[in-house]
Design a binder for this molecule. Structure first.
Ligand SMILES: *Cc1c(COP(=O)(O)O)cnc(C)c1O
Length: 451
């Protein structure tokens, strides 16, 4: 009998996330067995650049000594103990360290295991806050969000999501929300061009808020860049304006920094670019440097205080998970934050971001590159069938898939978002590595879309 390979075992027993399993089973698949720095190694010994940071989580590369050591060291004490009714050094110290780097005003950390959960928690907290603060506002029960937004895959986070392809199937299960068009300038929902734009998107947002604010508990937003929508980047000051509107109309602002947090946008948090503070912030992906699942919902003392009371008042936040505050995950997250100091990650990004920006200019010479969006180490390249009409490719054209496969053959792994090629390298990538990765991307697009 033929020896079973990992690939055949996988195809027999596993169901993969966001994957059409019919295609998965029909096509050949990579099995990753190792990694080193910004590269991944497959079972045949081939090396690939990790061009999307293992789905946007990896910051310092693979097998980073300090992160490996933090986990090994923590294992000499304990891997996990419950956080329900007990504390632990890694979780308590990490909370203190997080509060020292997040935007001003945020002062309390609630742990969970994934970005989706961090968002669920933020929604439940915001809802409950208005019900039980000193002067309750019981009408504030709705959430406002942008069309095309993505906040995770659990039912609550899907309710505030707006990507039809992922979300429309579940529509009957979702709670009602209020949504407004997002500032997607390349395909402006108000059909404006840069020279005719009067920020109609902000005007429509303002009108909705004026009309609905008494019902709105919170506005949840991906600050500065809507990742899963295809790296849609906000116009300057849009976020500032959102903060002002929320202040004026008494709406909590939830900044979902799950993708943008921990240096991804060139600053520690996306909110730092416009120096705004949300009322609630969610973080996950980069929190452990890409090592272990850990998330946090971080909030103000004002919100925290609304949950204080005698046990009989039932003001407790009734939420928690078996692995809340996992000690191994918190230990590696602490080591991650320490690396930001020690390796001076944020200052070192400046040069890298500039290099990416200047090399991306060449991509506009390719006839099927419609739009390039970049903020920091987060890039989306939108390919179009017809650049004049901006007509998108259809999945059956197979072009996007071919570009991704071509890149893989040339030594880089990434994953598209619709017609957008994602380039999200680990923050630790050197200038030379970034140059090589962009070269692979350029060659891959050229070879597939050459007319
Ligand atoms: C990835 C992501 C999430 C979901 O995080 P998971 O850890 O995958 O559940 C939520 N919000 C944003 C903005 C994300 O990019």
């Amino acid at each position: 009998m033929k020896n079973q390979t990992i690939e055949t075992i996988d195809k027999q027993y596993v169901w993969h996330p966001f994957t059409q399993m019919k295609e998965w089973q029909e096509e050949s698949q990579l099995v990753i067995t190792g990694g080193e720095g910004v590269r991944l190694c497959d079972e045949n010994g081939n090396w690939y650049y990790d061009g999307n940071s293992s789905m946007w989580v990896n910051l310092h590369g693979h097998r980073k000594k300090e992160l490996d050591d933090a986990i090994i060291h923590q294992l000499t004490s304990i891997a996990h103990s419950t956080f329900l009714g007990l504390s632990s050094p890694p979780a308590a110290l990490l909370a203190k360290e997080l509060i020292s780097i997040v935007p001003e005003g945020l002062s309390r950390v609630f742990y969970s295991d994934s970005g989706s959960e961090a968002v669920e928690i933020a929604l439940k907290m915001a809802f409950q806050y208005w019900q039980q603060r000193e002067k309750p506002v019981p009408t504030k029960t709705m959430f406002l969000h942008l069309v095309n937004s993505y906040h995770g895959d659990t039912i609550g986070s899907v309710s505030v999501g707006g990507i039809d392809l992922f979300h429309s199937t579940y529509h009957p299960l979702l709670f009602p929300t209020i949504s407004v068009p997002c500032p997607y300038c390349y395909r402006c929902p108000f059909e404006c061009e840069p020279n005719s734009c009067k920020m109609e998107c902000l005007e429509s947002l303002t009108n909705v808020i004026k009309k609905e604010h008494e019902r709105i508990a919170a506005f949840i937003i991906e600050p500065l860049a809507m990742g899963a929508a295809g790296m849609i980047t906000f116009p300057d000051r849009y976020l500032t304006k959102v903060r002002e509107l929320c202040n004026t109309y008494n709406i909590l602002l939830i900044a979902d920094e799950v993708a943008t947090g921990f240096g991804r946008t060139g600053k520690m948090f996306a909110c730092d670019h416009e120096e705004i503070s949300p009322d609630i912030m969610t973080v996950a992906k980069g929190l452990t440097g890409g090592y272990l699942p850990l998330a946090a919902t971080i909030t103000t003392e004002e919100i925290f205080n609304a949950f204080l009371g005698d046990a009989s008042e039932s003001k407790t936040f009734f939420h928690g998970h078996s692995y809340t505050g996992n000690q191994l995950a918190c230990a590696v997250a602490r080591a991650n934050l320490e690396l930001f100091q020690k390796d001076q990650i944020i200052p070192a990004l400046c040069e890298k971001v500039t290099l990416i920006e200047s090399e991306l200019k060449w991509f506009y010479t390719l006839s099927h590159v419609g739009d390039i969006r970049q903020i920091g180490m987060m890039v989306g390249i939108e390919l179009v069938k017809n650049p004049d009409s901006r007509q998108p490719y259809l999945p059956e054209d197979g072009v996007i898939k071919s570009v991704i496969l071509e890149a893989q053959q040339r030594g880089m792994i990434t994953r598209p978002l619709g017609n957008v090629i994602v380039f999200l390298p680990p923050l630790s990538s050197t200038l030379k590595e970034l140059h090589e990765m962009l070269n692979i991307l350029f060659e891959s697009i050229t070879s597939v879309t050459r007319d």
